[in-house]
Design a protein around this ligand. Sequence first.
Ligand SMILES: [Zn+2]
Length: 676
Amino acid sequence: MTILNKAFNTPYNTAPFSEIKTEDYLPAFKEGIKKSKAEIDAITTNTEAPTFKNTIEALDYSGEELDRLSSIFFNLNSAETNDEIQKIAQEVSPLLSEFGNDITLNEALFKRVKAVYDSKSTLDLTTEQATLLDKRYKGFSRNGANLAEDKKTKLRAIDKELSQLKLKFGEHILAETNAYELHLTNENDLSGLPEGAKEAAKQLAESKDKDGWLITLDYPSYIPFMTYTDNRKLREELSKAFGRKGFQNNELDNQDIVLKIAKLRFERAQLLGYKTHAHFVLEERMAQTPEKVTSFLNELLEKAKPAAKDEFKALEDFAKDLDDIDQLQKWDSGYYSEKLKQKLFNLDDEQLKPYFKLENVINGAFTVAEKLFGLQFEEIDTIDKYHEDVLTYKVTDADGELVSIFYADFFPRAGKRNGAWMTSYKPQMIKDGKNERPHISNVCNFTKPTKSKPSLLTFNEVTTLFHEFGHGLHGMLANTTYPSLSGTSVYWDFVELPSQVLENWCYEKEALELFATHYETGEVIPMELIEKIKASATFHEGMQTLRQLSFGLLDMSWHGVDPSEIKDVKAYEVKAFGDTSLYPDVAENCMSTAFSHIFQGGYSSGYYSYKWAEVLDADAFEYFKEEGIFNKTVADKFKTFVLSQGGTENPMTLYKKFRGQEPKPEALLRRAGLLK
Ligand SMILES: [Zn+2]
């Protein structure tokens, strides 16, 4: 038995990183799965009649060792990996999904869950228990557990076909992306492009044994070219190539696949008793129904459109003045926006960085958490770390009680993936009367200090730190009974509220004075710089909003209807975009055939959530602003009804308890400068 299958006997039960050997993982997983299976078997073979306690609760507390092990392993595979760990991940992942399927398809288990579910009204459950029961039951029913055998077979066939089509969709996009390159041999054609992007284009050409420069459809190559290149003809060429993906009537065409995916999703939803795919998806979202999503998107559209039109007109005038452009096209948008932004703001990262020394920003986040929620962060060196760069903290409340253990891992290194995220090593739960406190981690990739300079963050990195710390607080302050409802285990159109709302403190004088001081002079960041940051952050917000809304509406058009009559992907798309377009349509381009978010990834009927989350955070923060950004009463309500509640109740109910009303879009529109 490996160390990972035993009690840890460490301070706070923290992960014993230094004692884990890589070769422990595989046997540990096999043992963990075996134990979990035995726990499930004990539930299904129980001779007593099914009850909430012996079935639903037992199921939720099962698999603790396997979960602990999975957290450690997969967190390290993201933050401190190597070839060996990656190889084990490939071996372990199918074992885990097979185990997951064994549970979802376990008929004996479903029978017991259903028996409890059917007697729900007589059980006198708490709200949290009722939510858990509902979640467990739906975990089965939404996978077809209630269907007759022939329909189950049909469902499996649809699922199989869907996963093959999604795979094919993605393969086509990748192949189309890789098949295209723009080969330039005249340096004049790169005029306007920053040195770094030019250098990258040269290296790319060299790597393919070509002279000159290569531009591709990959974002790191595509975006700078579209933003900076002066040659309008070339921008048009590249933009059209980008927009043609999956829409060239060749063997990589995705039009049929789009139609098939939409139809199969609809069929699947109908089989399970839902009106459309969107109805199926949204049942487990805060927004609840396609009607709500569509009216949400249309309301924003109506309100953002006048500002967007004004911005477009100003951009047109600017392009006319500068280059005598008569009709702005899609390939002009990034280019002239950037030029106008430079002219208006002239703001660069180097001006701001001296005010954001990493240590100061960390302390700033901690101070904000202390002022709002009474939390104390004490750095400790008594627990194991998986890398020497990791900082470890003990988090306590105003009474000195343990709230959480907090890991912070801020610098890039080989073996760590890009980006920033929050995760946990141990979930919060109340078990056998004891409130088990969580172990939360934030992982980022900020610039490392050098001998002569500390780590100085860009403003974007500052908001990233606050964002992940917001997710972190959602985990740390969790206070629920059942682990599967704890912390960030909430509907995914609600999960960005705690993170995004915390970013707002980065723009407030009262908060910045606490930590944004010059690392050499100690001077507090001038407010005039902050005003500039705010203004540039909402630059062209109207047009950006319209763009986001157009994607959300397109998504709902594909998934909120019966798609059987749709024949022409492009014509349907143009109709769906309807009122959101400012630029002339490009006939040879199509968005849907390359819309990987919804046809390959997991965002179908979910694209609206980007804007939804913004509305929530702006509305929530406005409440703080009304009463004072460090107001104790509002902070207490946020902690009590949002941060500590996890997924124990419908998020709209929780939100209303905090805010007193449903979220309204006005705060976002005001913040974005879109309310006229
Ligand atoms: Zn986030």
